[in-house]
Design a protein around this ligand. Structure first.
Ligand SMILES: CC(=O)SCCNC(=O)CCNC(=O)[C@H](O)C(C)(C)COP(=O)(O)OP(=O)(O)OC[C@H]1O[C@@H](n2cnc3c(N)ncnc32)[C@H](O)[C@@H]1OP(=O)(O)O
Length: 194
C-alpha cells in the first residue's frame, strides 16, 4: 500500500526510542505524539494512526495485543490507562485518566501552578474486545468492562458492565452485545498458532 505523507514507525524504532516493552507487529505513525515513552508498553499487533496524542507523563499507558488507535485520538494517561487485547478506539476519541475540576472550586488548566489545581484522577481500563465509537469521551475512573461497544459521540462517565452496547451522553446500555467474536478470536489463535 502506498501512503503519501508520513510513515509508520516499527517496533524496533520504538524500542530504540525508549519504549521498554514492545511486541511484534507494532506500527506507530510518525505524526503521532507520544509523551514519556518509558512509561508505555506495547503488546503485539498494535497500530496507532496519524495525529494521535498519547501521554503517559506521571502515570502509564499500557497496550495489550491487537489494539487499534484511530486517527486524532487523544489519551491522557497521567493516572494510568490500560487497553486490553482486541480493544480499539475510533477517530477523535478522547480518553482521560486525569481531568481538571470543573466545579469552580479551584483554578484550572496546566499553565497554573499544580498546588492551586484540584485534578480529578482515576485509572481507566478498556477491557478485552472493547470498541469505542468516533468522537466519544471517556472520563477518569470510567472503566469499560470486557466486551463493551460504545456508540459514536458518547460520554462515558462511569464504569460500564460487561458485554453491552452503550451509547449517548451519558452512555446508557442499549442492549447486550453478541459474544460470537470470541469464536473468531479462537480461529485467529488457531491460524496464528498461538
Ligand atoms: C476504527 C473504527 O471503528 S472507525 C468507525 C467508527 N464507527 C463508529 O463510531 C460507529 C459506532 N456505532 C454506533 O454508534 C451505533 O449506532 C451503535 C453500535 C451504538 C448502535 O447500533 P445498532 O446496534 O445498529 O443500534 P440502532 O441503530 O438500532 O440504535 C438503537 C437505538 O440507539 C440509538 N443510538 C444509536 N447509536 C447512538 C449513538 N451513537 N448515540 C446515541 N444514541 C444512539 C438509536 O437512535 C436507537 O434509538 P431508538 O431505539 O430510540 O430508535
Amino acid at each position: 500500500m502506498k501512503i503519501l505523507g508520513g510513515r509508520y514507525l516499527t517496533e524496533d524504532e520504538l524500542f530504540e526510542a525508549g519504549v521498554p516493552t514492545v511486541g511484534k507487529g507494532v506500527r506507530v505513525h510518525s505524526t503521532a505524539v507520544l509523551v514519556d515513552l518509558e512509561r508505555m508498553s506495547f503488546g503485539s499487533n498494535v497500530r496507532i494512526d496519524p495525529y494521535c496524542v498519547i501521554s503517559a507523563a506521571g502515570g502509564f499507558v499500557r497496550f495489550g495485543s491487537y489494539i487499534h488507535i484511530a486517527a486524532q485520538a487523544v489519551m491522557m494517561g497521567g493516572e494510568g490507562i490500560e487497553m486490553q487485547d482486541f480493544s480499539g478506539i475510533s477517530q477523535s476519541v478522547c480518553v482521560y485518566s486525569v481531568s481538571d475540576d470543573y466545579s469552580g472550586e479551584t483554578l484550572t488548566n496546566p499553565t497554573v501552578p499544580r498546588h492551586l489545581l484540584k485534578v480529578k484522577r482515576g485509572t481507566v481500563t478498556l477491557g478485552r474486545h472493547v470498541i469505542v465509537g468516533s468522537h466519544s469521551v471517556v472520563l477518569p475512573g470510567a472503566n469499560i468492562a470486557e466486551g463493551c461497544a460504545v456508540g459514536a459521540l458518547s460520554l462515558v462517565n462511569e464504569p460500564l458492565a460487561p458485554w453491552g452496547i452503550y451509547a449517548g451522553t451519558p452512555a446508557r446500555r442499549l442492549k447486550d452485545r453478541s459474544r460470537n467474536l470470541l469464536h473468531t478470536e479462537r480461529q485467529l489463535s488457531a491460524e496464528s498458532g498461538a
